[in-house]
Design a protein around this ligand. Structure first.
Ligand code: ZN
Length: 253
C-alpha cells in the first residue's frame, strides 16, 4: 500500500480519505547544524521518522515542510528562516486542506524545537474547529525512553545525539572529520529566571552546543528504532480513538 500522498494519484487519495480520518505531517527546518551535519538535519530526521511510522501503521504521510522558525541561526550561512506567524499559518492551511477531505486527526512530527510554540498555538485553534492535532518531538521521546544513552553535553543542538541519528539515517552527508566539541558560553547579563532573545552566534562560534565528536551510528539506530516504536503506538491510539473524545468539549451544563 502507498502511504505517501505525493506518490498517490487522486483516485488512490480518494480511496484513502473515504476510509480514513488520520494523517501524519512532518515539519522541520533548514538551519546550521555545526560543520559536520547537513543544513536539512531537522526536516530530514522528521521525514524519516514520519515515513517509517506511516509504513508501519498504514497511515497517510504528507511531504515534509522544510522551513521553520530559525532566525536565531541566521548568521550561519544557508539557514532559511520564516516568521513564527508565517510558519503557523502555512502549517494550519495544510491541515485545513487535509480537513477538506475529511481528516480530523493529524499527527505532526516536528524535527525542530523552535517550531513548537507555533505548532501548539495552531493545534489549540484547530481543536476548536473539530480537528485534533498532536505534536511529536523525537528527542523528548528519547530523553524519556533512553535517558542513559547520551550525557547532557551530548544532547544539545548539533551535538552527539542529533549527529548520531544523522549518521544512522544519512551517513553520506555527515562529515565527522569536521565534528567539534564546543561548550556554549554564557552571555554577560544572564541570571537565573531570565530569558534572553539571543542568537546561536552569541553562544557558540561553531554552531554546536556541546560535544559532537562522540556521535555513533549504533546509538543513532537505537534512537530511531525506539522513537519510531513510540510514535507507532501513539498513531495507533489516535487512529482508534473516537473524534468526539479528542476534540473540545462543549460548555458545562
Ligand atoms: Zn536540529
Amino acid at each position: 500500500m502507498k502511504v505517501m500522498l505525493h506518490e498517490m494519484n487522486w483516485t488512490e487519495a480518494r480511496e484513502y480519505f473515504k476510509n480514513n480520518d488520520i494523517s501524519i505531517l512532518p515539519v522541520g527546518s533548514n538551519e546550521q547544524h555545526g560543520p559536520q551535519n547537513p543544513l536539512g538535519t531537522d526536516h530530514l530526521i522528521a521525514r524519516a521518522i514520519a515515513e517509517e511510522t506511516a509504513k508501519r501503521t498504514e497511515v497517510l504521510c504528507l511531504q515534509v515542510i522544510p522551513f521553520g522558525v530559525s532566525s536565531h541561526h541566521k548568521q550561519f550561512w544557508g539557514t532559511i528562516f520564516v516568521s513564527p506567524r508565517t510558519f503557523k499559518n502555512y502549517v494550519k492551511d495544510v491541515c485545513l486542506a487535509l480537513n477538506y477531505y475529511g481528516v480530523q486527526k493529524i499527527v505532526i512530527v516536528n524535527g525542530h524545537g523552535s517550531n513548537r510554540c507555533a505548532l501548539l498555538e495552531m493545534a489549540r485553534e484547530l481543536r476548536e474547529k473539530g480537528i485534533f492535532v498532536s505534536v511529536f518531538q523525537w528527542w523528548e521521546a528519547a530523553n524519556e525512553l533512553l535517558p542513559e544513552l547520551f550525557k547532557l553535553e551530548e544532547k544539545g543542538h548539533a551535538a552527539a545525539e542529533e549527529t548520531s541519528v544523522n549518521l544512522a539515517l544519512y551517513p553520506h552527508i555527515v562529515n565527522m572529520n569536521q565534528a567539534v566539541d564546543e561548550e556554549p558560553h554564557k552571555h554577560g547579563v544572564e541570571a537565573e529566571g531570565v530569558s534572553l532573545p539571543l542568537d546561536t552566534l552569541d553562544e557558540t562560534g561553531s554552531g554546536v552546543f556541546g560535544k559532537s565528536t562522540t556521535a555513533s551510528t549504533k546509538k543513532g539506530q537505537r534512537i530511531f528504532e525506539v522513537v519510531v516504536n513510540e510514535l507507532v503506538n501513539h498513531v495507533k491510539l489516535i487512529k482508534e480513538a473516537k473524534v468526539g473524545d479528542l476534540v473540545q468539549k462543549p460548555k458545562v451544563q
